[in-house]
Design a protein around this ligand. Structure first.
Ligand SMILES: Nc1nc2c(c(=O)[nH]1)N[C@H]1C(S)=C(S)[C@@H](COP(=O)(O)OP(=O)(O)OC[C@H]3O[C@@H](n4cnc5c(=O)[nH]c(N)nc54)[C@H](O)[C@@H]3O)O[C@H]1N2
Ligand SMILES: Nc1nc2c(c(=O)[nH]1)N[C@H]1C(S)=C(S)[C@@H](COP(=O)(O)OP(=O)(O)OC[C@H]3O[C@@H](n4cnc5c(=O)[nH]c(N)nc54)[C@H](O)[C@@H]3O)O[C@H]1N2
Ligand code: SF4
Ligand SMILES: [Mo]
Length: 872
């Protein structure tokens, strides 16, 4: 219920790069009611499940409430003085390049602007890099090679106007759900529209696809080279003036169809669909960027659009969809180590002089700084002696994560700014600085289509948390640069950024929002979402439709792409591990992990493995696999599925030392990077897989936080507590003592043993209510998780310990519709019993899929699966 005294505020979702507008209404009790903003051009009222659940993740739980120095609470002045003093001293003794910032595409533009100004202009080093290096760097590099600038040419509406939408290495249904829904709605309105998905894995996105190309890993550049050759063969080159056209065509003609791993008829169908009309949009994401040949893949795609002039006009163009809410804003302020502010070039002396003059900066970085992987290598070998990590969790998300964690642990001085007290990275800090989070901070973000929207403050800061821009400015002031960092409000930072963009625009930069020079706080408060550029010269719209680019001669720059495969496998590591995201979790789960609703879709780390691989390895469904690379190890639940190809398993990235220490996928991924962009190849790790010899498997629920201590554990949030999946290679002597330690309960449990089957079940009942329960079995525990979870806090029924939890009620199974809590079993039985054949019919019968719509692709797949079963 919303309260009339607390009006709604328009703000922006802090998760993915779609950048949906949110209407948030405080309920007067510290909570928020969340709705999609019907007036925001990105989502027009829609929200996906993560956005809808925002109200569940704003509590104070787990927050870092005060600064800490070496583990003890400190006041702000002491912490800021220490940070400033240690950075200044390190720079004085070892030079500006001995310090570094590692920041994030989840910072607001104002935060990011201040970090970049401090490092590049005042400290005088370009050692500021960002998690966008792991995310968008190949797109940035590809854009700059082709267009002469990092420009996304198109708009979201192009996805709706296109006759053919091609999604390359993008699981849009789960990762950009509102864009997926916009395409799905357009396709329903115009059934002649075609969608192609290019992904080695059959993802939820494929449910919308007319054609799914399960491409050989890494072969995207070959495929788009084949397309370019076909464009030439069919006489469809429309930009004969493009620089490098001949060389690009010559390279394209060498492409070998067999290398794509695709059937000739599928390949032919793809070429026809791409070429059948001018209105084609090629959307791409991490299957393209996070690759040994990421930048080449990007340019292979851009080549086809530039050659045919299918770019920058309604319904056509390449479209790099950004992951984080402010990946674009970070690029605008120059947050990457090889960029300058406002899309200016760090290697251009005139650009450097202009920025230095504007800032009145004492120094200016003169060459690119260290990119993420190299930055942490420099931390490791002590070239970098002071490091400030802001709004990112590299001990989990960087490749060779164990090595990165060791490097951070070994660094002389580490500052971490985060909202949360306990993350794998905050654990390694000397100084911890509490940052305000979404809902508590004011600023702007830029979404994938260059639309700048406000995030607005709705709630007071939690504890003594402060805004990131202010923390940075306060440190800069203490380092001696008070005048240049004296803003009182983020609107003043935004106004300065807008003014600098005017300087950049005059130097030819595409990024120019100089209309907002001198913006007042009042105007900033009511700023509506707008597309950049916004200046006297140019306003919004698309780029390059006129065939003019930002290259010195204005011509398109084609790149000759020599297809390079992924890194080779070896005998000891014969599997190529693909990694990515699940529908309901965000990265290292510091926020989505707080929501029971978001934790029920997929509650533990897993490995999708083809049945043939599983059979060969002797791995049973739901058993545990030990996955090993030269860099680390993981234990993952085996999920046998034909969605993945033999030899090419998939694992999600979300689990950390906090939630499942052996599920940290980046412990396995090697730090191999694309040679042009420096972006890690996160989707092709060579690994070995073998069965884990579990002596027992366990499942536990508890009202209080648990402290598991066994070979495998994965924690997830429940409405009234926590659940844990457990396993170990050794059996404890005494299950009662084991359970008491796990739950932190001294009381005696009820115990049921089935010695023949090796099953033990323990329940702790206090005041007639179930406090905790542990179920142990030599096989993976077969038990309805949802029923055991529902028993917490209830009277302990005999069915529970008899292993018949919920015998009186049907088991929901895995949660599909998170909004209404509807599981796969209920949906399947309704499909059969009521003969439901459409997603709408399921919605009418069960409500599933009728709120945020994130589960609609899965509902569609369940209908398809049921009809297959019926036909067999
Ligand atoms: N639910 C959810 N949504 C998110 C996020 C999240 O954490 N959770 N994170 C956000 C962020 S920061 C990002 S960057 C985006 C990422 O969004 P996506 O890029 O869509 O997500 P991923 O799952 O990382 O990878 C996409 C696909 O690339 C495929 N792939 C792997 N190798 C290849 C290859 O060689 N060729 C091709 N063509 N495909 C390949 C994988 O099988 C995978 O399905 O998502 C954003 N949205
Ligand atoms: N193997 C593999 N590895 C990958 C990927 C992959 O596909 N495969 N994807 C890569 C990609 S694309 C990305 S984007 C990265 C993401 O990886 P990370 O950036 O490491 O992941 P997050 O969990 O989003 O970390 C954000 C941190 O900032 C904190 N935080 C949130 N809001 C604020 C704020 O306002 N201020 C401050 N100071 N802190 C805040 C959160 O609590 C959290 O600790 O992972 C990368 N790693
Ligand atoms: S699609 Fe979902 S996660 Fe992305 S911005 Fe919209 S509501 Fe947020
Ligand atoms: Mo990302």
């Amino acid at each position: 219920m919303t309260h009339p005294a607390f009006p709604s505020t328009r703000t922006t979702c802090p998760y993915c790069g779609v950048g949906c507008g949110v209407l948030a209404t405080p309920d007067g009790k510290g909570g928020l009611a969340i709705k999609g903003d019907p007036d925001h051009p990105a989502n027009k009222g829609r929200l996906c499940v993560k956005g809808s659940a925002l109200g569940e993740t704003i509590g104070h739980e787990g927050r870092l409430l005060a600064p800490r120095i070496d583990g003890r609470e400190a006041d702000w002045d002491e912490a800021l003085d220490l940070v400033a003093q240690r950075f200044s001293q390190t720079i004085a003794e070892h030079g500006p390049d001995s310090v570094a910032f590692y920041v994030s595409g989840q910072l607001l533009t104002e935060d990011y602007y201040v970090a970049n100004k401090l490092m590049k202009g005042f400290i005088g080093s370009a050692n500021i890099d960002t998690n966008s290096r792991l995310c968008m760097a190949s797109s940035v590099a590809g854009h700059r090679r082709a267009f002469g600038s990092d420009t996304v040419p198109g708009l979201y509406e192009d996805l709706e106007l296109a006759d053919t939408v091609v999604l390359v290495g993008s699981n849009l249904a789960w990762c950009h759900p509102v864009l997926y829904q916009r395409i799905a709605a357009a396709k329903e309105a115009r059934p002649e529209m075609r969608v192609v998905v290019i992904d080695p894995r059959r993802t939820a996105t494929c449910d919308m696809a007319d054609l799914h190309l399960a491409i050989a890993p890494g072969a995207d550049a070959v495929l788009f080279n084949l397309l370019l050759a076909e464009i030439e063969a069919r006489g469809l080159i429309r930009d004969p003036e493009a620089t490098g056209l001949e060389a690009a065509l010559a390279a394209a003609r060498l492409a070998v169809p067999g290398e794509t791993g695709l059937a000739p008829e599928d390949l032919a169908r793809f070429l026809d669909l791409w070429l059948r009309s001018d209105k084609v949009v090629t959307v791409y994401s991490q299957g393209v960027n996070q690759s040994e040949s990421g930048t080449d893949k990007v340019n292979a795609i851009l080549n086809c659009h530039m050659a045919t002039r299918r770019i920058g006009r309604p319904g056509m163009g390449p479209f790099s969809v950004t992951g984080q809410p402010n990946a674009m804003g970070g690029r605008e302020v120059g947050g990457l180590a090889n960029m300058l502010a406002c899309h200016l070039d760090i290697e251009n002396a005139a650009h450097r002089a202009a920025v230095q003059g504007f800032w009145g900066a004492p120094r200016m970085a003169e060459r690119p700084g260290l990119k993420a992987v190299d930055m942490f290598r420099a931390v490791e070998d002590v070239r970098i002696k002071a490091l400030w990590i802001i709004c990112t969790n590299p001990a989990v998300s960087m490749p060779e994560a164990d090595r990165v964690a060791r490097a951070i642990a070994g660094c002389d001085f580490v500052v971490v700014s985060d909202m949360m007290a306990q993350t794998d990275t905050t654990r390694l800090a000397h100084v911890l600085l509490p940052a305000t989070g979404w809902g508590e901070k004011d600023g702007t973000v830029t979404n994938s289509e260059r639309r700048i929207s406000r995030q607005r403050r709705l709630l007071p800061p939690v504890g003594r948390a402060r805004d990131d821009w202010r923390i940075l400015a306060d440190v800069a002031g203490r380092m001696g640069w008070r005048d240049a960092f004296s803003w009182q409000h983020p609107s003043e930072v935004f106004a300065e950024h807008a003014a600098l963009s005017g300087v950049a625009g005059a130097l030819g930069s595409d990024f120019d929002i100089s209309d907002h020079v001198g913006i007042t706080r009042e105007d900033y408060d009511v700023l509506r979402p707008f597309l950049w550029p916004q200046s006297a010269q140019k306003r919004g719209g698309r780029f390059f439709g006129d065939g003019r680019y930002h290259t010195p001669d204005g011509r398109a720059r084609m790149v000759a792409v020599a297809a390079r495969g992924p890194q080779p496998l070896d005998e000891a590591h014969p599997f190529r591990l693909n990694t990515g995201r699940v529908r309901d979790h965000w990265h290292t789960m510091t926020r989505t992990g707080l929501s029971p609703r978001l934790s029920r879709h997929l509650a533990e780390p897993f490995l999708e493995l083809h049945p043939a691989d599983a059979a060969r390895l002797g791995l049973q469904a739901a058993s545990l696999a030990e996955v090993e690379s030269p860099h680390g190890k993981a234990l993952l639940r085996v999920l046998i599925t034909e969605r993945v190809a033999p030899g090419h398993p998939f694992a999600p990235i979300h689990w950390s030392g906090e939630t499942a220490p052996t599920g940290r996928i980046d412990a396995l991924v090697q730090g191999v990077t694309d040679p042009v962009s420096g972006q890690p190849a996160s989707k092709s790790a060579p690994v070995a897989i073998r069965p884990f010899a579990a002596a027992w498997y366990g499942f536990a629920v508890s009202r209080q936080p648990m402290k598991p201590d066994c070979d495998y554990w994965a924690l997830a949030r429940l409405p009234g507590g926590q659940q844990a999946e457990l396993a170990s290679g050794t059996t404890p002597e005494d299950w009662v003592a084991e359970a008491q330690t796990l739950f932190g309960i001294a009381a005696e449990p009820l115990v049921v043993r089935d010695r023949r089957r090796g099953i033990t079940r323990l329940a702790f009942v206090v005041d007639g209510q179930l406090q905790a329960a542990l179920f142990v079995s030599p096989e993976p525990v077969a038990l309805s998780r949802s029923h055991v979870a529902a028993a917490l806090g209830e009277a302990c029924s005999p069915d529970l310990l008899a292993g018949r939890a919920g015998a009186d009620r049907p088991d929901e199974g895995a949660l599909v519709c998170a909004c209404f809590g509807i599981g796969v079993n209920r949906i399947l039985s309704a499909i059969t019993a009521q003969d439901l054949v459409t997603v709408e019919a399921i919605g009418a019968a069960l409500r599933a899929g009728t709120n945020c719509g994130s589960c609609r692709p899965e509902l569609k797949a369940l209908i398809a699966a049921s009809s297959r079963i019926a036909a067999e």
